[in-house]
Ligand binder design. Structure first.
Ligand SMILES: Cc1cc2nc3c(=O)[nH]c(=O)nc-3n(C[C@H](O)[C@H](O)[C@H](O)COP(=O)(O)OP(=O)(O)OC[C@H]3O[C@@H](n4cnc5c(N)ncnc54)[C@H](O)[C@@H]3O)c2cc1C
Ligand code: SF4
Ligand code: SF4
Ligand code: SF4
Length: 406
């Protein structure tokens, strides 16, 4: 039993988080409580934690039972088959963050009468998981939202759909997939899951503050946020739409995006994330195939890496079956785990907090978003280097990276 398990189990019959790193906000406990006694409450930095209304609680212990942090081991899939992959549909590829494998799988599930769950923008620039069973609605789920998505009551919805015999595809961070499985307590045949390569999530409050800042105090004028906009190439550059006009949203314009990429402002559980080490959670793992070698691109046949390539891990036999259902719509090349991990360390280990993490977090709690703005200015040299790097054409950048990694 590890420290966090004993800390939680030693508590009475209901869930109590004594240490913030022992909760990833998956929402399994909230979904499991038949009394509706648990709600998610925001802390000073905007991160959500479960709070129990003791007057409603009957001390059944169900919330403790379903919490992944009380489990010895989560996710024990075997050795994955690794691919470089991209959808052939160029419109979908353009709208997707990496190679668009999510949409290919989602469409196949909908074609079989299923429901797809993923993260979508909601009112007031919030992000939450929703379920859709219409291909036109998949646009809402497409694209990475680099913030913690609220799972709300979706685990219960999934349970009811599975019981009715509907196929369900649920996509989320590894901790969300682990939470869903712990909540269900079994793995029904009609459930398909994909976890994302994930280095951590900031809070929605931090993101809202940032959007207020970059919009000059008028977040209501933001019509759309994209963290990944391929009109700037396949990379970590996004855009904001305001009044029908597009502006860049990236580490050069947004303190939030800058600190997200540096790994400074994540939830505490992310710095102790157990998921990279304990095997994958989903039938699939989806990520960007950063640093994909030209040799592999050639094997995919006629793809332009600047359009985006997914790093696709197929973790289970169920995953292998579904892959054969979508294979015709993909450009695919077999790779291996070592190559995929080279530029994606999140597949191997959790993010490491630096001293700036504590300073920023405490600064944010005390002074709000001003702490991010003040810290951001001190990174003048990094901003200059980033600007210079952005001026190098991506094809040349890839060649240089390839030469340097030899
Ligand atoms: C917070 C976060 C961190 C990530 N970090 C990395 C990384 O370090 N390295 C890497 O290679 N890839 C990372 N990814 C994954 C990557 O950005 C793409 O999401 C992934 O490659 C799938 O892309 P796609 O082209 O197949 O489909 P897309 O259409 O881009 O699919 C996006 C899918 O991700 C889901 N999603 C979007 N935002 C969230 C969210 N906030 N929480 C849960 N699910 C969400 C959507 O519901 C959809 O299913 C991260 C994703 C997120 C959300
Ligand atoms: S112990 Fe039971 S009733 Fe109490 S909060 Fe947990 S699940 Fe709900
Ligand atoms: S079940 Fe999920 S949300 Fe609830 S305490 Fe455990 S990690 Fe946190
Ligand atoms: S880093 Fe780990 S704990 Fe944090 S959101 Fe990703 S999977 Fe969850």
């Amino acid at each position: 039993m590890n420290d966090s398990q004993s800390r939680i189990i030693a508590m009475k019959d209901f869930i109590r988080i004594q240490n913030p790193e022992d909760c990833c906000a998956c929402g399994a406990c909230v979904n499991a409580c038949a009394r509706g006694a648990i709600t998610m409450k925001e802390d000073a930095a905007g991160f959500f934690y479960p709070a129990v209304d003791e007057a409603q609680c009957v001390k059944c212990g169900r919330c403790v039972e379903v919490c992944v942090f009380t489990k010895k081991q989560v996710g024990a899939n075997g050795e994955p088959t690794v691919y470089a992959a991209a959808v052939k549909n160029s419109a979908v590829l353009r709208e997707s963050s990496s190679g668009g494998v999510f949409t290919a799988l989602a469409e196949a599930v909908i074609d079989r009468g299923g429901v797809v769950f993923g993260a979508a923008w909601g009112d007031g620039l919030t992000v939450a998981h929703i379920g859709v069973d219409d291909k036109a609605q998949l646009a809402k789920l497409r694209g990475s939202k680099y913030v913690q998505s609220a799972t709300g009551g979706t685990f219960r919805e999934v349970k009811a759909l599975l019981k009715d015999g509907r196929p369900v595809f649920y996509v989320g961070t590894p901790c969300q997939i682990a939470g869903l499985k712990a909540f269900l307590g079994e793995e029904p045949e009609n459930l398909l899951t994909a976890d994302l390569v994930c280095h951590g999530v900031p809070s929605q409050k931090m993101l809202r503050d940032d959007l207020a800042y970059v919009s000059g105090g008028a977040p209501d004028t933001i019509e759309a946020v994209r963290f990944r906009d391929k009109s700037y190439g396949w990379g970590v550059k996004g855009s904001l739409m305001r009044g029908g006009a597009k502006t860049k949203y990236d580490a050069g314009t947004s303190p939030y995006y800058f600190y997200f990429l540096k790994g400074e402002v994540y939830r505490e559980s992310c710095y102790r994330c157990r998921f990279p080490g304990e095997g994958r959670q989903g039938d699939f793992t989806l990520g960007d195939y950063w640093g994909v070698r030209q040799e592999l691109v050639d094997k995919m046949g006629g793809v332009d890496p600047d359009d985006g390539i997914s790093c696709l891990l197929v973790n289970t036999d169920k995953g292998r079956q579904w892959l054969s259902a979508i294979e015709a719509g993909l450009s695919l090349a077999l790779s291996d785990r070592h190559s995929a991990e080279k530029r994606n360390k999140q597949l191997l280990s959790a993010s490491v907090p630096t001293p700036e993490h504590e300073t920023l977090k405490n600064g944010y709690i005390e002074n709000g978003y001003d702490a991010f703005r003040a810290g951001y200015k001190t990174h003048f040299k990094e901003h200059m280097i980033r600007t210079a790097k952005n001026m190098v054409p991506s094809k040349l950048k890839r060649r240089l990276n390839e030469m340097l990694s030899k």
